[in-house]
Ligand binder design. Structure first.
Ligand SMILES: Cc1ncc(COP(=O)(O)O)c(C=O)c1O
Length: 357
């Protein structure tokens, strides 16, 4: 239970896995993939447990090559990590210092700003707009002081995303405003992108010596427990990041699970369709209850429930459904991860009983 990790936060980690009624809890609080790893990964993971005595360096370069093949890049454009969290935290170490700040939206995935503050590095928080979109103009004005810009697209927890053409002009402008700023585009949810010109910024990372893209096997690929993530960019920039890597940070089991998932070419389409169906159902039920739900490009929604999200969270929890923690200053928004269709049917009945009470 304690291994629940930082995505749900300490509060959720301390909670039991059962509802007060003793039935098992529906966990919609950590943006995990309820479908789990694909069958090929499960098989590869089981087989790899037999090789648990073997250091992962035996498989040096194998995962990088599989990712590179899938992404159409060179293995030198890929750096793997212990989840994308390792990439994000090391980017703070590598690209900020006492004078060169981190710029990050608020709210967003909090680990980079948390690490920067721990290290005494300046952090510029940039509130999202009323439409929950990242305020790119405000970020651009801060660039001259910055070492690292963190831009999560689609953004967690807001679920909305910016189209690639807006990201492209922001990146061009930011690079021109500073000779050494680095831009990290966190694409943990990009495989769920749902039209509107939202697409990966990988071409920007390949074209620029100061742009990185990070990805993870935790969301679309259903392997959050195995901790595999990676960055893509130009080799010289990846080398600056790799200087901070943990030795052998991707373990033997995760590595084999990830490779098998990459070989399952139908996985992304299947999971996108599964998520889209359960998400559409959830949005429709929430909207029928009067909630406002911005267009999600992820495996979660951020619903404006028009009331305090902590009271809502606690009331749902009492009925066996765990939803996301508060994300200040969005106190009337609840972040709800998309589970299986069966889970969402039950969860939406609980939301109905709580919001109608
Ligand atoms: C936007 C975003 N980036 C990065 C991560 C870290 O993921 P992991 O370390 O599992 O790859 C998460 C986890 O929820 C996330 O939401």
């Amino acid at each position: 239970m304690l291994a629940r990790g930082r995505e749900a936060g300490a509060w959720a980690a301390s909670q039991p896995a059962t509802s007060p009624a003793g039935t098992s809890l529906i966990r919609l609080d950590s943006n995990e993939n309820a479908a789990g790893p694909c069958a090929a990964s499960v098989k590869a993971i089981a087989e790899a447990t037999q090789r648990s005595h073997v250091y992962p360096f035996r498989y040096d370069g194998v995962l990088e090559a599989a990712i590179a093949k899938r992404q159409g890049v060179s293995p030198a454009n890929v750096l793997t990590g212990c989840g994308s969290s390792e990439i994000l935290l090391n980017a703070v170490l590598a690209f900020t210092d006492e004078r060169r700040s981190l710029i990050a939206p608020v709210p967003t995935f909090e680990e980079p700003a948390r690490r920067a503050r721990q290290l005494g590095r300046p952090v510029h928080d940039v509130p999202v707009g009323a439409d929950l979109q990242v305020d790119l103009d405000a970020m651009a004005r801060l660039v001259p002081d910055a070492g690292l810009i963190f831009l999560c697209n689609p953004n967690n927890p807001t679920s909305v995303a910016l189209p690639l053409d807006r990201i492209r002009s922001f990146v061009t402008d930011a690079l021109a405003r500073s000779p050494d700023v680095v831009i990290l585009l966190d694409e943990a949810y990009i495989e769920y992108a749902d039209g509107g010109g939202v697409a990966s910024a990988l071409p920007l990372a390949l074209a620029s010596p100061r742009v990185l893209v990070s990805r993870t096997f935790s969301k679309m690929y259903g392997m959050a427990g195995l901790r595999v993530g990676y960055a893509m960019g130009q080799p010289a920039l990846l080398q600056r990041l790799a200087a901070w890597s943990l030795p052998m940070s991707v373990n033997t089991i995760g590595l084999h699970g990830a490779i098998a998932a990459l070989e399952d070419t139908g996985l992304e389409a299947r999971e996108r369709a599964r998520n889209a169906e359960a998400r559409a159902f959830t949005v429709q039920r929430l909207e029928a209850l009067g909630a406002k739900v911005p267009t999600s490009h992820a495996n979660f929604v951020m619903a404006d429930i028009g009331r305090d999200c902590i009271a809502f969270r606690d009331a749902c929890r009492a009925q066996g459904v765990a939803v996301g923690r508060p994300f200040p200053p969005l106190s009337n928004y609840s972040r709800i991860s998309i589970g299986t269709m069966a889970e969402m049917r039950t969860a939406c009945d609980v939301f109905t009983s709580v919001l109608k009470a």
